[in-house]
Design a protein around this ligand. Structure first.
Ligand SMILES: Cc1ncc(COP(=O)(O)O)c(C=O)c1O
Length: 392
């Protein structure tokens, strides 16, 4: 059969980088490459008992179709939570439930971008979003990421010169992959530029609750007095990634279009998952649980940075994230990064080449991304020790 794929998908090629990652998907590999939350953070007992209670007391709500916007009590609870926790939400905004933040990101692009329209992205950025934008036919414009967020001068330059810019996509807290947090000054400057150039911002905040150091910084959505920001959040990193529940806070008119688009994708997010998320927010010690998760990630992050200091001092430089799941590690210029990643995989440690996250994979980059949430504590120490012996 001569399969004739759509133009949108035909142009997406498996890159060499992804092939390296595939080669490391064996069981015994130390997984510094994943982005999974630590299994230690899943409230398994609570989920078991909540599931039992839902099926006992409200089986029809869990098993019947629901409305596309999502479970009303969960939507209300989240609106309240976003307002008190992140200062996000104005009278013109509304919130709906999606099947993970990934779907919210894809829907934002779907309702705003025609083929060839531009989306400005931090470079590097989250692969899942970049690929979703690419497959929709949007044109990606990468703006370099710095230790305190996107380069604002280059962002302005892109806004001035690029045609049909529809979105600025940002991950302001503990960015995937760099771990960097966008400073308050930059958040304000980015919002002012979006306003000046009449471009919407897609603020992706799946890691916002995972701050284990420093002070919270107001979300860009909290500055949104003009209805320019679509804010996407998720239960993946605070409750369970597999339940697939996320949410979108957006100006009502934008939300309405996103809801129509969602209808054609999956009708609604799994009701049982939504009911569980609601119980998690209302009948569980949510704040205590977040405190527990932060302590787990503080420990794991410190273990990884201490191991890097112990085994690889002077050989690599890395950031010190204030939250999230990732370390961004620069290799010396003399090291060929892709060779290093291949050799590391052969020795049983999977890391992600930094180039995988670039808007243009051909741009220079000598960094690797290390994830500290998925491996066990023992694997963190052993894995870094092995990485220190890799000679590309
Ligand atoms: C920055 C970023 N946005 C969105 C997502 C997708 O999250 P979800 O599981 O809610 O779809 C991820 C997942 O790792 C991510 O890193």
């Amino acid at each position: 059969m001569d399969y004739r794929f759509s133009n949108r998908i035909a142009s997406l090629q498996p890159s060499m980088i992804r092939e390296i990652l595939k080669a490391t998907s064996g069981k015994d590999v130390i997984p510094f490459s994943a982005g999974n939350p630590s299994p230690e953070t899943f409230p398994v007992e609570a989920i078991r008992s909540f599931t039992g209670a839902i099926l006992e007391n409200d089986p029809v709500a869990a098993l019947q179709y629901g409305i596309t916007e999502g479970y009303e009590p969960l939507r209300d609870k989240l609106k309240q939570h976003l307002l008190t926790r992140f200062g996000a939400g104005k009278d013109f905004d509304n919130l709906f439930i999606v099947s993970g933040a990934q779907q919210g990101i894809e829907l934002a692009c779907k309702v705003l971008c025609n083929e060839g329209d531009a989306i400005i992205c931090e470079s590097p950025s989250f692969i899942g979003s970049l690929n979703s934008f690419r497959s929709s036919g949007a044109r990606l414009v990468g703006v370099p990421m710095e230790s305190d967020g996107i380069n604002v001068d280059k962002l302005e330059q892109a806004l001035k010169t690029e045609k049909n810019v529809k979105l600025i996509y940002l991950i302001p807290n503990f960015q995937n992959p760099t771990g960097a947090t966008t400073s308050l000054e930059k958040r304000k400057a980015i919002y002012a530029l979006a306003k000046q150039y009449g471009v919407m911002i897609l603020e992706d905040n799946p890691y916002g609750e995972l701050r284990f150091k420093g002070e919270d910084i107001p979300s860009i959505k909290s500055m949104d007095d003009e209805g320019l920001v679509i804010y996407v959040g998720s239960f993946s990193k605070v409750l369970s990634a597999g339940l697939r529940v996320g949410y979108v806070l957006a100006p009502e008119a934008v939300m309405q279009k996103m809801v129509v688009a969602k209808q054609g994708e999956d009708v609604h997010t799994t009701m049982l998952s939504q009911l569980l998320a609601y119980k998690f927010m209302t009948e569980y010690d949510y704040d205590g649980h977040i405190k527990h998760i932060r302590a787990v990630y503080l420990r794991k992050c410190k273990l990884m940075t201490d191991s890097l200091d112990g085994f690889m001092a002077g050989k690599v430089t890395f950031n010190s994230p204030e939250g999230g799941l990732f370390l961004w590690c620069d290799l010396p210029k003399s090291v060929v990064m892709l060779d290093y990643c291949k050799k590391a995989a052969e020795k049983g440690v999977a890391v992600v080449p930094g180039t995988a996250f670039l808007v243009d994979e051909g741009d220079p980059c000598n960094a690797i991304r290390l994830n500290f949430s998925t491996p066990s504590d023992e694997q963190i120490v052993r894995g870094i020790e092995i990485l220190s012996t890799v000679r590309p």
